[in-house]
Write a protein that binds this ligand. Structure first.
Ligand SMILES: CC(=O)CC(=O)SCCNC(=O)CCNC(=O)[C@H](O)C(C)(C)COP(=O)(O)OP(=O)(O)OC[C@H]1O[C@@H](n2cnc3c(N)ncnc32)[C@H](O)[C@@H]1OP(=O)(O)O
Ligand SMILES: NC(=O)C1=CN([C@@H]2O[C@H](COP(=O)(O)OP(=O)(O)OC[C@H]3O[C@@H](n4cnc5c(N)ncnc54)[C@H](OP(=O)(O)O)[C@@H]3O)[C@@H](O)[C@H]2O)C=CC1
Length: 278
């Protein structure tokens, strides 16, 4: 299978890595060579770590050899499946899918790794709504078991079956839901992270205490503020905005502190500072 990935950031890189580990021929596209080089470095480091732990069947070089990096969208023409993992912004994703729909062979399936944006809207932009679906991987992709599969209004049974089987071939557990803002994962997760940010803003406790209380008290693997920093505060804000607008309920209002931190360029781990310094 020829597997395309758009975006070489934290999610695109992880998806490309796991696809290559599964034996697929992978092609990754990003807008600049610099981002591709950075993404390749992250994949290489992750593969070496898995290899040292004895959790990789092939050698890191063999897996990396299955991934091609490009800045040209035309290179997706003969892909069987293309998964998009660019910035969480509907206008940008719409424009990308309008273009991609005219490039990939007609029988090819297009998927978005969006955290919250309506799959049905992106499917319409692509011009092939029956062969369009949400394929939502979790971060860090090489370690997390779930793929949330989101069916748009017109997604065909064949498309859903193909993507479910592909996720299984990638060693993941696919679980399906319908297209509502934030799907299941972020409709439930993100309000909790937003509430933790609101606790910081209101001075309920220091970030370390909030994270510690949720880790030790609820047995969460990491605290909500650390998790928000890892996801990216810009992505968290975009998801809250989709929930707020899409569901029309003020209980999803993004915390003003979250908005202010994004305005200040504090995006979490990827910018070097969020609730913590990296
Ligand atoms: C926003 C969305 O649309 C959907 C999402 O993906 S929400 C995020 C969902 N993911 C999570 O909640 C993961 C929380 N983390 C965990 O459960 C655990 O860390 C784990 C199971 C992933 C790994 O546990 P572990 O084997 O004990 O190793 P641990 O040391 O904690 O982490 C391993 C690596 O994964 C990284 N990592 C863990 N969670 C991460 C996350 N959410 N995002 C990015 N990287 C993460 C760690 O930084 C670490 O990297 P380095 O080796 O470079 O330091
Ligand atoms: N972070 C997370 O935990 C999760 C995120 N997601 C979703 O995955 C997607 C990507 O998120 P994430 O990987 O964290 O984001 P990143 O910011 O790490 O990566 C996005 C990448 O896409 C590139 N990009 C931006 N615009 C375009 C474009 N028009 N064409 C090609 N590449 C482009 C970016 O380049 P540049 O640097 O120039 O912007 C960057 O390299 C989002 O939809 C997000 O909601 C899903 C699950 C978990």
């Amino acid at each position: 299978m020829k597997f395309g990935v758009i975006g070489a950031g934290q999610m695109g890189g992880g998806i490309a890595q796991v696809a290559a580990q599964s034996g697929f021929d992978v092609i990754v596209q990003d807008v600049q060579q610099e981002y591709l080089d950075r993404g390749r470095g992250v994949i290489e480091k992750s593969l070496n770590k898995l290899h040292e732990k004895g959790r990789l069947d092939a050698t890191p070089d063999e897996v990396l050899g299955r991934i091609k990096f490009t800045t040209h969208m035309q290179d997706f023409a003969d892909c069987d499946l293309v998964v998009e993992a660019i910035v969480e912004n509907q206008a940008v994703k719409n424009a990308l899918f309008e273009q991609l729909g005219g490039i990939v062979k007609p029988e090819g399936i297009l998927a978005s790794n969006t955290s919250s944006i309506p799959i049905t809207a992106l499917a319409s932009a692509s011009g092939r709504p029956d062969r369009f679906i949400g394929m939502h991987f979790m971060n860090p992709v090489p370690l997390m078991a779930l793929v949330e599969v989101i069916r748009g209004y017109a997604t065909s049974d064949e498309t859903a079956q193909f993507v479910t089987q592909t996720a299984e071939k990638m060693g993941k557990t696919p679980l399906t839901c319908n297209d509502f803002p934030g799907f299941v994962s972020n409709r439930i997760l993100m309000p909790m992270l937003n509430e933790a940010i609101q606790c910081v803003m209101e001075g309920v406790a220091e970030p370390e205490a909030i994270d510690g209380i949720m880790k030790l008290g609820m047995n969460h693997p990491m605290g909500p503020l650390t998790l928000a920093d890892f996801i990216g505060l810009d992505t968290c804000l975009s998801i809250m905005e989709v929930l707020h607008m899409g569901l029309g309920d003020d209980k999803y209002r993004p915390s003003p502190l979250l908005r202010k931190m994004v305005q200040a360029g504090l995006l979490g781990r990827k910018s070097g500072e969020g609730f913590y310094k990296y």
